[in-house]
Design a protein around this ligand. Structure first.
Ligand code: KG4
Ligand code: ZN
Length: 341
C-alpha cells in the first residue's frame, strides 16, 4: 500500500490541498486562487485572504480527498504550511490540520513554506533523481534566496534579497505600468512583443555576495517613466503599446540576468551537482530559458503550474519529515517569519 499524505497550504492568497503518494506521485492537487479578488487592491489584502481561506478550505480539502478517491482514514499523515506567511492566513490552515488530525487520529506535521517550494520537484516523475549538494534559487512574491542543500532538510543560506523579492518587483512594476495583479504573468505577456535592449535598466550585482536587491530597478522604471513624461496619477500614461512592451521586456531581462548569474556562480563555487529553481517567479519563461541556457549543471524546475503556491510541495516535504519520524504537537503555532533550517 502506498503511503499517502494530505498537504494543506494557506500562507498567502492560494487556498490549496493535495494528496501525494510516497512523496512522489500526485493523486490530487486543488488550488483555489484569490488573485482576482486581490487584483483590485494591487496586492494581497491580508484580512480578506484569511476570510477567504475560512470559506474555501473545507471544500478544497474535500475535493482533494475525493479526487484522490480516499478518506481521512487512508492517510499516513497531514502536512500543513506553518510559516512563513500572513499570520491570519496561516492559522486557518494550521487549525484545519489540527482538526483533521484530531478527528482521524493521524499524525500531522508543520512544514516551512520555502521547504515546500524546495520539495516540489521531488513529486515530478519526469525529473532526474535529486542529488546533493544542490543549489536552490527560491524566487517568489515574498522571497528571493539562494540556498545550499547538502542533504534532506540540511540548508545553508547563501544569500537573499536585501529589499524587494523578485516577484514583488514584478508586482510593483506591473502596478506602475497599470498592468494589474499578479504582475509576473502580466509583465511576461507584455514583454513577449517587446525588445529587452531598448532601455538600459540597472542590475544590482552586489559583488562578493549572493544577496540580491530589486528596489533600485523598480525605482529606475519609475524614473524612466517620469523623465519621459509617461507618468501621471500614480501610473504609466500616454505611452504606446510598443513602448510598454519594451519597458516590460527590459525590466524582465534585468531581473532574469541577476537571478541567473548569481545562481550560476553559487552553483559553481559550491560544486553543486544540480540546480533547482522554484517559487512563483520560476514560472517565468525567460528565467526558465536563460537558466537552462547559461547554467551548466542539470536544472530542476517544477512545471509552471507547480511553481506558484500549491499544497503538493507541502505534502511532499511533510512526507519526508514524517518518514524521518517527525511529528508536530497540538502546540504547533503559525510562525509568520519562520526561517528555513
Ligand atoms: O510562490 P508564489 O505563488 O507565492 C509566494 O510564495 O510569494 O509566488 C507569487 C509570485 C508573484 O509575485 C507573481 O507575480 C510571481 O510569483 N509570478 C511570476 C510569474 N508567475 C508568477 N513572475 C514572473 N513571471 C511569471 N510568469
Ligand atoms: Zn510561495
Amino acid at each position: 500500500m502506498e503511503k499517502l499524505v494530505l498537504g494543506i497550504e494557506t500562507s498567502c492568497d492560494e487556498t490549496a490541498a493535495a494528496v501525494v503518494a510516497e512523496g512522489r506521485r500526485i493523486l490530487s492537487n486543488i488550488v483555489a486562487s484569490q488573485a482576482q479578488i486581490h487584483a483590485k487592491y494591487g496586492g494581497v489584502y491580508p484580512e480578506i485572504a484569511s476570510r477567504k481561506h475560512v470559506v474555501h478550505l473545507v471544500p478544497v480539502v474535500q475535493e482533494a480527498l475525493s479526487q484522490a478517491g480516499i478518506g481521512l482514514e487512508d492517510l499516513e499523515g497531514i502536512a500543513v504550511t506553518a510559516g512563513p506567511g500572513l499570520p491570519g492566513a496561516l492559522v486557518v490552515g494550521v487549525n484545519m490540520a489540527k482538526g483533521l488530525a484530531m478527528g482521524s487520529g493521524r499524525p500531522f506535521i508543520g512544514v516551512n513554506h520555502l521547504e515546500a517550494h524546495l520539495y516540489t520537484p521531488w513529486v515530478m516523475e519526469d525529473q532526474p533523481a535529486v542529488e546533493f549538494p544542490l543549489v536552490a534559487l527560491i524566487v517568489s512574491g515574498g522571497h528571493t534566496l539562494l540556498v545550499l542543500m547538502t542533504g534532506h532538510h540540511d540548508y545553508r543560506l547563501l544569500g537573499q534579497t536585501l529589499d524587494d523579492a523578485a516577484g514583488e518587483a514584478f508586482d510593483k512594476v506591473a502596478r506602475i505600468l497599470g498592468m494589474g495583479y499578479p504582475g509576473g504573468p502580466a509583465i511576461q505577456k507584455a514583454a513577449a512583443s517587446g525588445n529587452p535592449s531598448t532601455f538600459d535598466l540597472p542590475r544590482a550585482w552586489l559583488s562578493e555576495t549572493y544577496d540580491f536587491s530589486f528596489s533600485g530597478l523598480k525605482t529606475a522604471v519609475l524614473r524612466l517613466l517620469k523623465d519621459k513624461g509617461w507618468f501621471a496619477e500614480g501610473r504609466a500614461q500616454g505611452l504606446d503599446q510598443k513602448t510598454l512592451a519594451d519597458i516590460a521586456a527590459s525590466f524582465q531581462a534585468a531581473v532574469v540576468d541577476v537571478l541567473v548569474e548569481k545562481t550560476k556562480a553559487a552553483a559553481n563555487e559550491n560544486s553543486a551537482k544540480q540546480v533547482l529553481v522554484s517559487g512563483g517567479v520560476a514560472a517565468n519563461a525567460l528565467l526558465r530559458q536563460e537558466a537552462a541556457r547559461r547554467i551548466p549543471q542539470p536544472l530542476i524546475i517544477p512545471s509552471p503550474a507547480l511553481c506558484t503556491d500549491n499544497a503538493v510541495g507541502v505534502a511532499a516535504a511533510g512526507w519526508f519529515r514524517l518518514q524521518a519520524g517527525q511529528r508536530s504537537g497540538w502546540d504547533l503555532d503559525a510562525v509568520p517569519r519562520l526561517r528555513l533550517g
